[in-house]
Design a protein around this ligand. Structure first.
Ligand SMILES: [Fe+2]
Length: 190
């Protein structure tokens, strides 16, 4: 079993973020670290990181950097729980700890400014199934737009999400109305 710890991961991320000029640099350097963390000693995950919510997927904070450069959450998805259509406003690296996380992508086709709140046209894109141990990532500008969730009728999904800022909110989309709005993102403290 790898002795790569959460503390080592956080330190690696700090160092890589300091070297990363672009979001794509950050995710390219950090994705292997997330893979190592997930596929090693995961005893840093404590019972509070597995809290779920019968109403919607649960966000449990693991680490939030005080200088707003990164935040790490354990998300717990009960069967049938999904996000709304959303973007992130930053880069992110996601790894699956348990179960199979599904991602369904959307592509913007309206050609308006990326910060427009109306007149947004989305078409459905590809689907990705991520099983335990797998890592994916995204970068902004243009925004990465998707829904993520658990299509399994019986098993929960637990995934780790590292973002390049404190994730206090994000934009959600109404595909039919062609609109986009900011919502606050609540989470359970670690
Ligand atoms: Fe997302």
């Amino acid at each position: 079993m790898s002795s790569y710890t959460l503390e080592m991961f956080i330190e690696d991320c700090r160092e890589k973020i300091s070297r990363g000029r672009l979001p794509a640099d950050c995710v390219e350097m950090i994705a292997p670290s997330m893979f190592q963390l997930l596929n090693g000693d995961t005893s840093f995950l404590q019972p509070q990181h597995f809290r779920d919510d019968p109403v919607h997927y649960a966000r449990n904070a693991i680490f939030i950097d005080e200088n707003d450069t990164m935040s790490l959450f354990a998300l717990v998805w009960l069967p049938g729980q999904w996000t709304p259509i959303h973007d992130h406003g930053t880069w992110g690296v996601v790894g699956v700890f348990e179960g199979t996380l599904e991602e369904r992508n959307f592509i913007r086709t309206d050609g308006h400014r990326s910060d427009a709140l109306e007149g947004i046209e989305l078409v459905r894109g590809g689907v990705i199934l991520l099983s335990a141990g797998a890592v994916t990532s995204f970068v902004p500008n243009p925004d990465h737009i998707h829904i993520t969730g658990n299509a399994d009728p019986q098993r929960r999904v637990v995934s780790l999400h590292l973002y390049g800022r404190t994730m206090a909110g994000f934009h959600t989309y109404d595909k039919e109305a062609g609109t986009r709005e900011w919502i606050e993102a609540s989470y359970n403290e670690s």
